[in-house]
Design a protein around this ligand. Structure first.
Ligand code: 5GP
Ligand code: MG
Length: 185
C-alpha cells in the first residue's frame, strides 16, 4: 500500500537496518541459549516480526502492553504496564523490542517493571529513537534509526489506529496535537 504522507524511511532502508540489528543481536547473544524477546504492543509488532526472521539465535516471544493514564495522559506522564507474561523472567536474558522511544517514560516504567522479575540481563532494541524528546534518561542498547522530533506512522505505527499497514515510515505534517503523541501503542 502506498501513501501520500511525507516519507521518513523507505521499506528497503528499514529492511537493511533490521538485518544489521539482527546480526548485532545474534552476535551479542550467541552464547545465550534462552533469550526472551518482549514486544511492546501494538506498534512494535511489524518490527518484531521482521527482526526475529533475521536472527540467527533461538528466541522465545512474549508481549506487553503499555498505556498512559490520568487526565491529559501524555503530559501527566503516568504509564501503566500490562504484562501478563507467560514466562517467568528469573535468570532469562530479556530483550525488549519497542517501536519508538520518545520521552522515555514508557521504557523507564517497563524496565522497572520487568526488572522485578530478576532477569539475568535486560536490554532494549528500538526501531526508532527521538533523543531530542527525552524526559527520562533511558537508553536503548540497539537503535535502528535516530530520528528528529516528528510524529511517525507506518511499519506498525499508528495515529488513531490508522497507517499501521504502510511499508515505509512516514510522518504527519502538520503534527497531531502534542497530547496525542504518546499513544502508547
Ligand atoms: P514515550 O513513553 O517514550 O514518550 O513514548 C513511547 C510510546 O509512545 C511509544 O511506544 C509509541 O507507542 C508512542 N509514540 C511515541 N512517539 C511516537 C510517534 O512518533 N508515532 C507513533 N505512532 N507513536 C509514538
Ligand atoms: Mg510503543
Amino acid at each position: 500500500m502506498t501513501s501520500t504522507l511525507p516519507r521518513l524511511l523507505a521499506a528497503e532502508e528499514i529492511r537493511r537496518r533490521v538485518g544489521e540489528l539482527a546480526s548485532e543481536i545474534s552476535r551479542d547473544y550467541a552464547d545465550r541459549p534462552d533469550v526472551l524477546l518482549v514486544g511492546v504492543l501494538q506498534g512494535a509488532s511489524v518490527f518484531l516480526a521482521d527482526l526475529i526472521r533475521s536472527l540467527a539465535i533461538p528466541v522465545s516471544l512474549d508481549f506487553v502492553r503499555a498505556s498512559s493514564y490520568g487526565p491529559a495522559a501524555a503530559s501527566s506522564g503516568r504509564v501503566a504496564i500490562r504484562a501478563d507474561l507467560e514466562t517467568p523472567l528469573a535468570g532469562r536474558d530479556v530483550l525488549i523490542v519497542e517501536d519508538v522511544v520518545d520521552t522515555g517514560r514508557t521504557l523507564d516504567r517497563l524496565l522497572e517493571r520487568l526488572a522485578e522479575g530478576r532477569p539475568a540481563s535486560l536490554n532494549v532494541c528500538t526501531l526508532l529513537d527521538k533523543p531530542s524528546r527525552r524526559v527520562l534518561p533511558v537508553r536503548a542498547r540497539y537503535v535502528g534509526f535516530e530520528i528528529p522530533d516528528v510524529f511517525v506512522v507506518g511499519y506498525g505505527m499508528d495515529y488513531n489506529e490508522r497507517y499501521r499497514q504502510l511499508p515505509d515510515v512516514h510522518y504527519l505534517d502538520p503534527p497531531p496535537p502534542q497530547d496525542s503523541w504518546n499513544t502508547n501503542d
